[in-house]
Design a protein around this ligand. Structure first.
Ligand SMILES: Nc1ncnc2c1ncn2[C@@H]1O[C@H](COP(=O)(O)OP(=O)(O)OP(=O)(O)O)[C@@H](O)[C@H]1O
Length: 236
């Protein structure tokens, strides 16, 4: 689904990612782990078109999307959910859902809202509430519901369980599995709850100082000699 080749990227002249190669397979969960500041978020942002790309290539279903702006990537079915600021806090939940559906045909929109609310029934009773008054977990649900309405096929989630209670975090992990298993959505995840994320993941990448030091099956990463040293502390 997504192929990243020899990607070098950063913020203007600040080079952060070095020769990154990665492949995200269709209908899988791939988790990116690594110490703080290793470039995990920058990786997601680069795929979405929010960084400076110096060289390399990003392909999505065989199409070169390296230089395509974010709004066009949304149309192709790519969604990027940052850790914060992923909803319009001053608007109601309902208005947020409507905005997500701006580019969707009216009939499709109603169907998509129905699907989104069946997946996130927690939002059903809060449609008139200002999104800014939702709990952290509910905000994540709303952001994911908006991505569903946009018909996302690839969802990139940056630390969706950050600041959430363990109970809420488990619910988010269940929802992510549901997205893969029932809705056939491909997930690229950056997570601080590394062990829990790897449990539900098919593949994983470990970044250190902007370089990929491991790429492969999620269960293999746990056996990697540097895994504990680099991810513990950050993991627990
Ligand atoms: N908008 C930005 N402008 C300039 N530098 C940035 C920007 N965003 C991130 N950086 C820098 O890029 C480097 C990588 O940051 P990034 O957020 O990608 O790491 P991360 O692995 O996701 O870290 P964390 O686990 O702490 O979230 C850091 O040195 C950070 O300070």
């Amino acid at each position: 689904m997504l192929k990243v080749e020899n990607l070098n990227a950063g913020y203007k002249e600040l080079h952060i990612l070095f020769d990154v190669n990665a492949e995200i397979k269709d209908r899988t969960i791939t988790t990116v782990v690594g110490p703080n500041g290793s470039g995990k978020s920058t990786f997601l942002k680069s795929i979405f078109g929010l960084t400076t790309i110096y060289s390399g290539k990003i392909q999505y279903n065989g199409k070169d999307i390296t230089k395509i702006p974010p709004h066009d990537k949304t149309k192709l079915g790519i969604a990027y959910l940052p850790q914060t600021d992923n909803i319009f806090a001053n608007l109601s939940v309902e208005e947020n859902l409507k905005i997500a559906g701006y580019t969707v045909e009216k009939e499709d929109f109603e169907e998509r809202v129905e699907l989104a609310l069946s997946m996130f029934p927690e939002l059903q009773t809060k449609l008139k509430r200002k999104a800014g008054t939702l709990s952290g977990g509910e905000r994540q649900f709303l952001a994911m519901a908006m991505a569903l309405i946009k018909n996302a096929k690839l969802m990139m989630l940056d630390e969706p369980t950050a600041m959430l209670s363990p109970k809420y975090a488990s619910t988010i992990f269940e929802k992510i599995q549901f997205l893969r298993d029932e809705l056939k959505i491909t997930i690229l995840l950056v997570e601080q709850n590394v062990l829990k994320a790897l449990e539900i993941s098919d593949y994983a990448y470990m970044f250190v100082s902007g370089r990929v030091v491991f790429g492969g099956k999620a269960e293999e990463l746990v056996k990697h000699e540097k895994f504990e040293q680099l991810c513990v502390g950050y993991t627990l």
